[in-house]
Design a binder for this molecule. Structure first.
Ligand code: NAP
Length: 496
């Protein structure tokens, strides 16, 4: 068994607490992957002091040179893609094809960040006065605290880390306790690629201890968090009080709308992948299916038939479609919602139980579940379950389907299947989510476009795309007056 350490002040070090936690395979809890530091606030304080030194150096490194480091990071990720994907499946559970995709997203994010090193645009605009120059440019901010969830153990940390580094910040990375190994492998890659050691710090441990210490530390002016809406709200309170820059990406209750004119074969593939891929543990997972009343019964039957054929098993095993949930509480939560759904009058069309069989008995598996007869406002329709559970509703037309979609507290992703071009454009305008897919499921973001949600999913910032570079840089404006006389903006405007 391997004991892993934190990376603080340029070295792999044991936590000052002396305490470690176990990381086990969710598909087989007898499989102990390693032990990782259960750090305390003093470990975090050392990481911050070191990151400040790292920042002083890195912020002066030209952005194209910072980009070159990220280019090498991308290259190393390409070389290690298979090894990292296998390690990730072992600790997180999702099937190998998906963990390969998770690493690929990190690769895309690295290469995209590398090119931004030569393009970190400011603006030069005409001054309203003669003989005066007016421009803006981007400056690094300082130490960025990055707190990430379990479900995309590599991609989500890279969405935060790479743009933060490209902009010249130092980073402190607190991965979710469920996936510390992938975090460790990512930091190894950064160091091997030539990132100066004090620019990145890896501090493992509990969110309520070390995550909280990171958020509360006065020398960490930037916090980027992805996780549940409840944790995000708590972090938001602290950051608001301390005037920190904060990006929040949180929960979702995403819907796929299928109209009566849709290509139903295509929609069927889409909903099975959208709802049960990653065992439903995606922020963008399809957790509601809103069907036009004319196709409701037959399409629901086809979905149920298909989902029943999905093969549960360890993600490393060839032929597995659906892996385990991340841990016991996650499985209990799904089971609890089965009880809630029944209590509310919904019908458990398929699933709703812990599966049997020798292959599954030591993992957190749950049978893919479909709730039929769900009505708007039921808890299974409103609340994020974050597991292999799909709530199916009926709508009389597109307008009603859009209303149902919008009537939740979340607003991450939505999807519409239709052949009606006018309806598609109406939905693009009216679906109240940060991302909308037409004729594709609710999942499948691309690295060079902004990613994020509205309402209680996010606080207005975005990950990915160009927009994230705004978050990790401070815009400074410089005016150079070379007229040799006092010119008063607004007062002397347009004077000759
Ligand atoms: P979580 O329980 O909120 O944890 C997220 C991270 O926050 C973990 O690293 C956790 O540490 C840490 N944390 C917990 N309490 C904290 C505190 N008081 N202060 C600072 N940090 C704290 O979420 P999760 O279960 O890992 O992830 C599932 C959730 O993430 C779902 O709601 C999903 O929708 C959301 N998500 C959203 C997006 C998006 O882009 N919108 C993407 C992916 C996931 P420990 O786990 O180590 O305790």
């Amino acid at each position: 068994m391997t004991t892993f350490e934190n990376f603080i002040a340029g070295a792999w070090v044991a936590p000052e607490t002396g305490d470690y936690f176990e990381n086990r395979n969710p598909a087989d809890w007898n499989d102990l992957i390693g032990t990782f530091p259960r750090s305390g606030a003093s470990d975090l304080a050392k990481a911050v002091a070191s990151a400040r030194r790292g920042f002083a150096q890195w912020s002066k490194t030209p952005a194209p040179a910072r980009g070159q480091v990220l280019q090498r990071v991308g290259q190393l990720l390409v070389e290690r893609k298979e090894d990292i994907a296998r390690a990730m499946t072992r600790e997180m559970g999702k099937v190998l094809a998906e963990t390969r995709g998770d690493v690929q997203e990190g690769i895309d994010t690295a290469f995209y960040a590398a090119t931004e090193g030569r393009r970190l645009f400011g603006r030069v605009v005409p001054s309203e006065l003669r003989n005066k120059w007016a421009m803006s440019y981007r400056r690094p901010i300082g130490v960025a605290g990055l707190i990430t969830p379990f479900n995309f153990p590599l991609a989500i940390p890279t969405w935060k880390m790479f743009p933060a580094l490209l902009c010249g910040n130092a980073v402190i990375f607190k991965p979710a306790e469920d996936v510390p190994l992938t975090g460790h492998l990512l930091v190894e890659v950064l160091l091997e690629a030539g990132l100066p050691p004090e620019v990145v710090q890896l501090v493992h441990g509990q969110g309520s201890v070390v995550g909280r210490a990171l958020v509360e530390h006065p020398d960490v002016p930037v916090i980027s968090f992805t996780g549940s809406t409840e944790t995000g709200a708590r972090i938001g309170e602290t950051c608001g009080r301390m005037h920190k820059r904060l990006s929040l990406e949180m929960g979702g209750k995403n819907a796929m709308l299928v109209m009566d004119d849709a290509d139903l074969d295509l929609a069927l593939d889409g909903v099975v992948w959208g709802a049960f891929g990653t065992t439903g543990q995606r922020c963008t997972a399809t957790s509601r299916l809103i069907l036009h009343e004319k196709i409701h019964d037959r399409f629901l039957q086809r979905v149920a038939d298909r989902v029943q054929q999905l093969r549960l098993g360890p993600g490393l095993e060839e032929g597995t479609d659906v892996g385990p949930l991340i841990h016991e509480e996650a499985r209990e939560k799904v089971d609890e919602y089965v009880g809630i759904a029944k209590g509310e009058g919904a019908v458990v069309a398929i699933g709703g139980s812990v599966p049997g069989g020798a292959k599954l008995e030591r993992g957190w598996f749950y049978t893919p579940t479909i709730f039929a007869g769900v009505k708007p406002g039921m808890r299974v329709e409103q609340e994020e379950i974050f597991g292999p559970a799909l709530a199916v509703l009926k709508a009389k037309d597109l307008a009603e389907a859009i209303r149902i979609n919008n009537d939740v507290q979340y607003g991450l992703s939505s999807s519409l299947y239709t052949r009606d071009v006018n309806g598609a454009f109406r939905a693009m305008a009216d679906l109240d989510t940060g991302i909308t897919y037409i004729n594709a499921p609710t999942i499948g973001a691309e690295a060079h476009l902004p990613f994020g949600g509205v309402k209680q999913t996010g606080n207005g910032h975005r990950e990915g795309g160009w927009e994230v570079y705004d978050f990790y840089s401070e815009t400074k404006v410089v005016y150079v007056d070379y007229s040799g006389k006092l010119q008063r903006a607004q007062i002397d405007t347009y004077e000759s």
